[in-house]
Design a protein. Structure first.
Length: 174
């Protein structure tokens, strides 16, 4: 058994919704095993208000949530990442910085709730749906025996999580 806390970075283009929600979810579900961060390749400079609303509904903290560039985590002195997950298709296709420590990477793409068009109620419902998708994937990841799996087995499982179907996304976020 190890007392190591694994660092996880969630990436998206704007770092305004999906990656922010993933960071908060991981810091809640994996609080003893993982420390999560989020960033964007082209940060929007603001966290989407509906992302903050959904986090509050789920009882997750929102203080300190901010949209930031991924360069922040490639600099000297930044936390060394053990895992880097892209949660949007744009960031998955971009050339990422070189991450110190050779973290394990995978793509866990989900639709962009910030780009969803509809009524305010429909937008809110879509943010909840995306939150649940991320929550389901992160719950599976957080339950993995990370410290006891060999790198190849762990990488296979991490990639499989990104291919999960999200049928259970209809449950309550709390």
């Amino acid at each position: 058994m190890t007392d190591k806390v694994f660092n996880v970075l969630f990436l998206c283009t704007g770092n305004s919704a999906r990656s922010i929600m993933a960071e908060a979810i991981m810091n809640s579900l994996g609080k003893d095993k993982f420390r999560a961060y989020s960033a964007g390749s082209h940060p929007s400079g603001r966290v989407h208000p509906l992302a903050l609303d959904v986090l509050r509904i789920a009882g997750l903290p929102t203080e300190g949530a901010r949209s930031k560039a991924w360069d922040e985590f490639a600099e000297s002195g930044a936390p060394v990442m053990d895992f880097v997950f892209t949660v949007c298709d744009n960031a998955a296709g971009e050339v990422c910085p070189v991450w110190p420590g050779q973290p394990m990477t995978a793509h866990w793409g989900v639709e962009d709730p910030a780009a969803f068009e509809g009524t305010d109620a429909e937008k809110h419902a879509f943010f909840l749906k995306v939150f649940r998708m991320l929550q389901n994937r992160i719950a599976v990841f957080a339950s993995l025996p990370v410290a006891s799996l060999d790198r190849q087995s762990l990488h296979s499982r991490v990639k499989d999580i990104g291919r999960m179907r999200d049928e259970a996304a209809s449950a309550d976020p709390a």
